[in-house]
Ligand binder design. Structure first.
Ligand code: PEP
Length: 246
């Protein structure tokens, strides 16, 4: 059993609409109960729902985040995008940056660095995703890829106190496969070793579900979980939190 303060981030990806708000009553009740122990819940719905989530979560401690942002802190002619000031303005406290689904579409480490800087300037906390692909893992490049993503992604950012890292091996996302416990322990240790002074919190993401959480929770250097598919089902999300603390 853990008593650690853990973060549980729900990444809803491009799912959800106004009727999804009804599913949150259960999680709001849970967040106010003693069962939550030392956990902090954070929901990252699509941008279209952030404002409604903010209203819904008004009287509870559940955090809200965006799933991506434009790199510019200024308003401008960028059709189809929102920046971090806009996310903050509608009630977000966090933003996910560097998710592999966006890296796959061409986001590189330099762009991610600009996005992180603009998020910090807008006073959002950043959930900075890093992780290797299957072919990089097979070539034993995991640590060098993570080092590069961290080095460039956090270039010229002195104060890292509002940054969480989310280690998400690309091959584990949505696949039902998770890393071996010992590999994960060592990789999280490696990520933390890249920092001096205050070490950022490191979350794990990739196919977390109510079945594998019993193993994942034993990896004691993990500070929380970034949960995609399973978080869209309130019962599963709550179950993951409960099992972490049982
Ligand atoms: C994610 O997309 O960040 C993620 C972890 O997804 P899943 O839990 O579905 O693997």
């Amino acid at each position: 059993m853990t008593n650690k303060y853990m973060y549980f981030v729900a990444n809803w990806k491009m799912y959800g609409n106004l009727s999804s708000l009804n599913t949150l009553d259960k999680v709001i009740k849970f967040s106010k109960s003693k069962e939550i122990k030392g956990g902090r819940l954070i929901y990252c719905p699509p941008d279209t729902l952030i404002s409604s989530f903010a209203t819904k979560f008004e009287n509870c401690q559940i955090g809200i985040g965006g799933q991506n942002c434009h790199e510019s802190k200024d308003y401008g002619a960028h059709t189809g995008y929102v920046n971090c000031r806009m996310l903050k303005n509608i009630g977000a406290h966090f933003v996910i940056i560097g998710h592999s689904e966006n890296r796959e579409k061409g986001e590189n480490d330099k762009l991610i660095n600009l996005k992180i800087k603009s998020a910090l300037e807008a006073k959002l906390k950043v959930i900075f995703c890093i992780g290797e692909t299957l072919s990089e893992k097979r070539k034993k490049k995991t640590y060098s890829i993570l080092s590069k993503q961290i080095k460039i992604g956090l270039n010229n950012i002195k104060n890292k106190s509002n940054i969480f890292l989310a280690y998400e091996p690309v091959w584990a996302i949505g696949s039902g496969i998770i890393p071996k416990s010992n590999d994960l322990l060592k990789t999280v240790e490696f990520i933390k070793s890249k920092f001096i002074g205050k070490i950022p919190k490191v979350l794990y993401g990739g196919s977390v579900n109510p079945q594998n959480i019993n193993n994942l929770k034993k990896i004691n250097n993990i500070d929380g979980f970034l949960i995609g598919g399973a978080s869209q089902n309130t019962n599963k999300f709550i179950d993951i939190v409960k099992k972490t603390y049982s």
